[in-house]
Design a protein around this ligand. Structure first.
Ligand SMILES: Nc1nc2c(ncn2[C@@H]2O[C@H](COP(=O)(O)OP(=O)(O)OP(=O)(O)O)[C@@H](O)[C@H]2O)c(=O)[nH]1
Length: 363
């Protein structure tokens, strides 16, 4: 059972407790004021009342009401109670004051649940029932009511309903403002989280995100024996780009290379900017051999691309290491970094693989 349904049922539980109390007070009042023999017709009325009530609550309880616009069925329940309570008022005019309080309690139940329009609707329905019953009593038992007092009671009743409606409206406005603020906060938080893990220049994830993902990947790999590969990708002689063409072109190169890296890997892989002109790729589920062909393809595609508006031809050096079950993330990063410098020392524009990898590749 979801939290929403629990909340709804808790509210209905309270309402049922209130109605039980009302039933007791009414029947006691009836016994004091009227002949006990006439009680039977009132008991029939209460049976119908409770039957309908239990039927509606069971719709909520079973989850059947979830298919309706308002799963709490507040409106049908209120209509049911008000109709039956009006009939009880007709059956026992002397208990009018008890019943009026009953009406107000029912309306209080709807103040926070219903929309402004629904609340006005149900209030008008209540006033109509009340007026009809008063006319009915006057017609069938003339002389039992004092018209002036009834009119004054009606005005007091209407005033209370009006105050309820205003309170409900205030509450709706507050609730809406609260919901909007909450949504705004959630959006801002999502944006902050995104900014905290994104590199502004390239749009790739940053080192913080990489290290977090590396930890998750390690945990997965240790548990499932799933291989993965980490590669350092570094632009060769990038300093000369800045020196010869300026930082603006250098930035363009970084952004375009980042794009190239991102589109060269699968959704499940990760390309992150490690810092400066150094990038890291995390290739999951791949053996060193499989990863090496992906990385070789990347190396060739960088070499054959024209980067930035200066249409520069650049190369990258890549150091590739496979994760060894149980090792720390730092160790893996260091091994890949060392391989990158080996590639640099060996003349650049090459993919340097680690020899002697031991992780098993699942068949
Ligand atoms: N335009 C630009 N340049 C950057 C950025 N971050 C780092 N750099 C530059 O990247 C260059 C890195 O130079 P080095 O570390 O000497 O490396 P390299 O010239 O690529 O030489 P090798 O790596 O040995 O091939 C430096 O000139 C940095 O200023 C950036 O965000 N934008």
């Amino acid at each position: 059972m979801g939290q929403l349904q629990k909340d709804i049922l808790r509210r209905h539980g309270l309402a049922i407790a209130g109605m039980l109390l009302f039933t007791l007070v009414y029947i006691t009042g009836y016994q004091i004021e009227y002949e006990v023999e006439e009680l039977n017709s009132v008991l029939v009325l209460f049976s119908v009342f409770w039957f309908g009530q239990i039927f509606l609550v069971s719709l909520v309880w079973s989850g059947f009401s979830n298919r309706f616009k308002d799963p709490s069925l507040t409106m049908p329940m209120m209509l049911w109670i008000i109709t039956l309570v009006s009939m009880m008022m007709f059956a026992a005019p002397a208990l009018r004051s008890i019943i009026m309080l009953g009406f107000l309690n029912v309306l209080a139940f709807g103040v926070f649940r219903l929309s402004w329009r629904e609340f006005i609707g149900i209030s008008l329905y209540t006033v109509a029932c009340y007026t009809l019953v008063i006319f009915g009593i006057n017609y069938t038992r003339s002389g039992t009511l004092m018209p002036e007092i009834e009119a004054l009671t009606g005005i007091a009743f209407l005033t209370s309903i009006f105050v309820y409606a205003l309170t409900g409206r205030e509450f709706t406005v507050l609730r809406r403002a609260y919901r909007e603020k909450n949504q705004e906060l959630r959006r801002a938080l999502a944006r902050i989280e995104e900014l905290a893990v994104t590199d502004e220049l390239t749009g790739l994830n940053n080192r913080r995100y990489l290290l977090r993902t590396l930890e998750k990947q390690r945990a997965l790999s240790n548990r499932e024996n799933l291989p993965f590969v980490l590669a350092f990708v570094d632009i060769d002689n990038f300093k000369t780009v800045n020196d010869d063409y300026g930082h603006r072109i250098g930035d363009q190169v970084l952004a375009e290379l980042s794009h190239l890296l991102r589109v060269s890997i699968r959704e499940v892989d990760l390309a992150a900017r490690y810092g400066g002109e150094e990038f890291v790729l995390l290739l999951s589920g791949l053996s060193l051999e499989a990863a090496s062909s992906v990385l070789e393809r990347i190396r060739i595609s960088v070499e054959s691309s024209k980067l930035s508006e200066a249409e520069l031809t650049l190369t990258v050096s890549i150091g590739v290491a496979q994760y060894h079950n149980g090792e720390e993330g730092d160790e893996l990063l260091n091994r890949a970094d060392r391989l990158l410098y080996k590639a640099k020392r060996a003349g650049r524009n090459r993919v340097e693989l680690e020899s002697g990898s031991t992780l098993q590749v699942p068949s």
